[in-house]
Design a protein around this ligand. Sequence first.
Ligand SMILES: Cc1cc2nc3c(=O)[nH]c(=O)nc-3n(C[C@H](O)[C@H](O)[C@H](O)COP(=O)(O)O)c2cc1C
Length: 216
Amino acid sequence: MLSPAELAALRQDYSQRGLRRSDLDPDPIQQFNAWLHEAVDRQLLEPNGMTVASVDAVGQPWTRTVLLKICDDRGFTFFTNYEGAKGQHFAANPRAALTFWWNALERQVNVTGTIEKTSREESAAYFHSRPESSQIGAWASGQSEVIAHREQLEKQFADALAKYGGAEIPLPPHWGGYRVIPQTIEFWQGRRSRLHDRLRYTRQPDGAWKIERLSP
Ligand SMILES: Cc1cc2nc3c(=O)[nH]c(=O)nc-3n(C[C@H](O)[C@H](O)[C@H](O)COP(=O)(O)O)c2cc1C
C-alpha cells in the first residue's frame, strides 16, 4: 500500500502544448472529433471510453465507463441496457455528464446535457454490427442486478445462445442507445504549474455556441 506521503507526492506537470481560442473550431462537435482523431492516431487504449454520470432519485450521483459509438451534430451516443441502474436514473432524471480523459495527450473533455434514447432503428443497426457473443450477452445479462454466483450468468448465456444462436438475433427490448445532447462542452489542456487551458462552449437559446475561457 502507498504511504500517505507517497500518495500525496504523486503529481505530473503538463507541458506538451497549449490551447488558444484561435485554435478552436467554432463548432464544438468538430473540435471534439479533431481531438478524438488525435487520441485514435496516438493508439491510446479505448480512446472512445468516457465516464458517464447519472443522478438517482435522492440526488446521489453515480458514474461508470462506457464507449462512445456515435458522435454527430445531434450529440454523443453510447449503447447499454435500459433496465440497469443508469437506465433507471435516466428514466427519472434525463440529464447526464460525460468525461473523456486522454492522459497521453494531457487532455480532458467534459460534457453536460440532456439525454434521450436513440430510435429503435439506430439501436438495431448498432446491435447487429456487434459480434454474436456480445448480442447474446445483451440477452443474457440483467445489467446491474445482484447475482448469486458467476455460474448463474454463464447458464443465462448458454440458455440465450441455445435460444438465439445461429440466426439473426433480435434486438432485446431492454437494450439500445442513449444520446447526450450537449449543453456545455469544455476542452481542457494541461499546462505547466497548473495553469491549464480551459475553454468552454455553451449552447445559446438560438442554437449558437458561446466560447469562454475558464480559470484552471
Ligand atoms: C472500458 C469500458 C467500457 C465499457 N463500455 C460499456 C458500454 O459501452 N455500455 C455499457 O452498458 N457498459 C459498458 N461498460 C460497463 C459499465 O462501466 C457498467 O459497469 C455497466 O454499464 C453497468 O452500469 P450501471 O449499473 O451503472 O447501469 C464498460 C466498462 C469499461 C471499463
